[in-house]
Design a protein around this ligand. Structure first.
Ligand code: GLC
Ligand code: MN
Length: 369
């Protein structure tokens, strides 16, 4: 009997710190729940994750690939973004080095898959373009499809995209990182600078927004959310608040219970509890309260949440009530950037040496200049 050979494609995510572990595990479980026929791999920043975290990843993913850690250390632009913790996300460009695959569908660890999405690995632009334009109208090769970013829709959001790995694209991205950096200090600024004509390319390069529905859309365009929310295939919990960063019972509240997001936060917890761990990555307190309230966990109510908040929590940041934004001011973001669960391992000291073609690892010795 001959085996049916699958195309050389896969889903991938990236972890640069233990603090996103439950995000990655829940993402993988959500993708498996859709019955995907493709492999799911996890890129891990070399030397950054604990042994227990790596063990969990090895059993949840088909493959764990260690990749060199990169970091912009560009605190000025990261401050503009309001996320000082995102410098190491440029490690993501390792996706283009995975030349054993023809296509890689990348999903951030803070995404949750709700519906089957295998088709993005099958139907995404193949680079030839449908309108007869070479490479579908894009100057640089390597990006097959992405969805717009809500903050600046001529940019794509780099939390979900389909890439065509290639040595030369990878080398070009490393070079751009070393010579120009990233305009937002993270991967999205770099990738949008490299693939800067994405918004003018043929439609085959554009993923529907339902493949990367960023959580801010729930309150920036509520009527569209009401109209299209049943189409959402991938929800992306952007911003500093993540489901796993708060106790279960108050997550929906913290992340905007009244704004439509809570059902997706509930879904995240449902998949987390069923496949990753019964225990919250936060403290157990929330689960105990939930058990005492009902036989099964009920959706969060504002009153219940308020009560828990009143009792006390590490997650008492109410900044979302003030500005309704996912991107906080730098000070607010700093206050929430570090988790208080899991072992947060700071990235080692990497610096971009100007003029060199690739970012270099600094040695333990003091910098000479
Ligand atoms: C956006 C993207 C995310 C990226 C960040 C920094 O939030 O969704 O993937 O890491 O920008 O560039
Ligand atoms: Mn993200």
């Amino acid at each position: 009997m001959s085996e049916v050979s699958l195309p050389r494609v896969c889903f991938a995510t990236l972890l640069t710190t233990d603090s996103y572990l439950h995000g990655a595990l829940t993402l993988a479980a959500s993708l498996r729940e859709t019955g995907t026929k493709y492999k799911i791999i996890c890129l891990v920043a070399e030397g950054q994750l604990s042994k227990p975290a790596l063990e969990r990843l090895s059993s949840a993913f088909d493959r764990v690939v260690s990749v060199p850690v990169l970091d912009t250390h560009d605190y000025a632009n990261l401050a503009l973004l309001g996320r000082p913790d995102l410098g190491a996300t440029v490690t993501k460009i390792a996706v283009w080095s995975l030349t054993e695959y023809d296509r890689v569908a990348f999903l951030d660890a803070d995404t949750l898959v709700l519906e089957p999405i295998d088709s993005i690995l099958e139907n995404a632009a193949d680079g030839s373009g449908s309108g007869g334009r070479p490479n579908g109208g894009m100057q640089n090769e390597g990006l097959l499809a992405a969805a717009p970013d809500l903050g600046w829709p001529d940019c794509f959001n780099s939390g979900v995209f389909v890439a065509k790995p290639s040595e030369s694209t990878h080398a070009n991205l490393l070079k751009m990182l070393a010579t120009q950096g990233s305009f937002d200090g993270g991967d999205q600024g770099l990738l949008n600078a490299y693939f800067n004509d994405w918004s003018r390319a043929d439609h085959t390069h554009r993923l529907p927004f339902s493949y990367n529905t960023t959580s801010t859309s729930f309150y920036t365009y509520a009527p569209a959310f009401a109209r299209f929310s049943s189409d959402i295939k991938v929800v992306h919990f952007i911003g500093p608040h993540k489901p796993w960063k708060h106790q279960r019972l108050i997550t929906g509240y913290i992340m905007g219970n009244s704004k439509g997001l809570s059902k997706f936060v509930e879904k995240w917890w449902h998949i987390h509890d069923a496949h990753v761990s019964f225990w919250s990555p936060g403290i157990l307190f929330d689960k105990l309260i939930a058990l005492s309230l009902s036989d099964s966990f009920k959706p969060v109510t504002e009153e219940a949440a308020e009560e828990v908040v009143a009792i006390g929590s590490h997650a008492m940041d109410d900044s979302w009530k003030r500005d309704g934004s996912d991107y906080l001011s730098v000070d607010e973001s700093r206050a929430t950037a570090n988790d208080d669960w899991g072992s947060f391992t700071p990235a080692p000291d990497f610096m971009l040496s100007s003029g060199s073609s690739s970012p270099t690892r600094s040695t333990g010795s003091p910098r000479s200049s």
